[in-house]
Design a protein. Structure first.
Length: 312
């Protein structure tokens, strides 16, 4: 086998993604390598071998994902990682929202996203490898700890946390949760639409409404603020498709709780970038700009919490 067209397609500090072609005679197979060259990765994420096992498990259940073709071993000398097939398509949200090439699939993409997510949430837990179990209360405790750790705590974040504590929903029947389901983590084909779901490193067992609400966070609308589903569309096609595919009833109060939690989660992530910058860990202008975006989450939280209407 010969490796050709090797190129890096992400610039993560601890996780790398490389695209390449495997050439065997006249056959060319487009592949992706995900690897962590060091021994340590930040945050509560799955190991890459565990992520590979999960991808294969959900693929067996019909979820649209790439096929894992090789899990790296110590003898390979490349660190932790795996190789998977490369799905053709686009992941950049701005292109999916605006480019003429995707005009034909945009009207049906919201329903495709909802249906795929519903399919994920119906995967039997017994068919999956071991995963972390994260209760709603544990998520809230994590958000509280992140706020408490800020060098400059936010009054708006504190207000949102008080609301979340006061409206904490009971845990539903547990389901597979992707953990980062949004534009940027899906591949879209300009003809067929949704082609694959990427980046399962935050997957766990928990409340499926966490996934349902996450693509509604304004940060993922990339300027198309009047289109609440990732800057693509209104919510009804997405919600209807999710309900049909998941078999779950719609709970507006639970969705609202996770929308607030999602905006707070992103805001705390942005605010935490200030510590990265101040410590010298990353002094790029991009890092400082991300830190400033915490103010956007504050505005969104004030809007979400302006009424006690559970349908807001």
């Amino acid at each position: 086998m010969q490796v050709t067209a090797l190129r890096r397609v992400s610039a993560g500090a601890t996780l790398q993604t490389w695209a390449f072609d495997a050439v065997r005679g006249a056959q060319v197979q487009p592949l992706i390598l995900r690897r962590a060259p060091g021994a340590h990765r930040d945050g509560p994420v799955l190991s890459l071998p565990a992520e590979a096992a999960l991808i294969e498990a959900v693929r067996a259940q019909g979820v649209p994902v790439a096929q894992v073709v090789q899990v790296l071993q110590p003898a390979h000398g490349l660190g932790e990682g795996f190789v998977m097939t490369r799905i053709a398509g686009e992941t950049l949200a701005r292109k999916l929202q605006r480019d003429q090439a995707f005009a034909a699939v945009r009207p049906r993409l919201a329903a495709q996203l909802g249906a795929a997510l519903g399919h994920i949430h119906r995967v039997p837990l017994a068919a999956l490898p071991p995963l972390p179990v994260v209760s709603t209360a544990a998520t809230l405790a994590f958000l509280q700890a992140e706020q408490d750790a800020l060098a400059r705590p936010s009054a708006v974040f504190a207000f949102a946390l008080r609301w979340l504590h006061g409206h904490l929903p009971p845990d539903p029947a547990p389901a597979l949760v992707h953990g980062d389901y949004r534009l940027g983590n899906v591949i879209v084909d300009p003809v067929q639409g949704l082609a694959g779901v990427l980046d399962w490193e935050l997957a766990h067992v928990g409340d499926p409404y966490q996934d349902l609400a996450w693509p509604m966070v304004p940060a993922w609308r990339f300027g198309q603020i009047d289109r609440p589903l990732g800057g693509l569309s209104d919510l009804p096609p997405y919600m209807a498709a999710w309900c049909a595919a998941s078999g779950l009833a719609f709970d507006p109060a639970r969705l609202r709780w996770w929308r607030v939690a999602g905006s707070l989660r992103w805001g705390l992530m942005c605010a935490g970038m200030r510590a990265w910058y101040a410590s010298g860990r990353d002094t790029s202008v991009e890092r400082a700009m991300i830190a400033r975006r915490s103010s956007e989450s504050e505005l969104d939280l004030l809007r979400l919490l302006d009424t006690e209407d559970p349908h807001a």
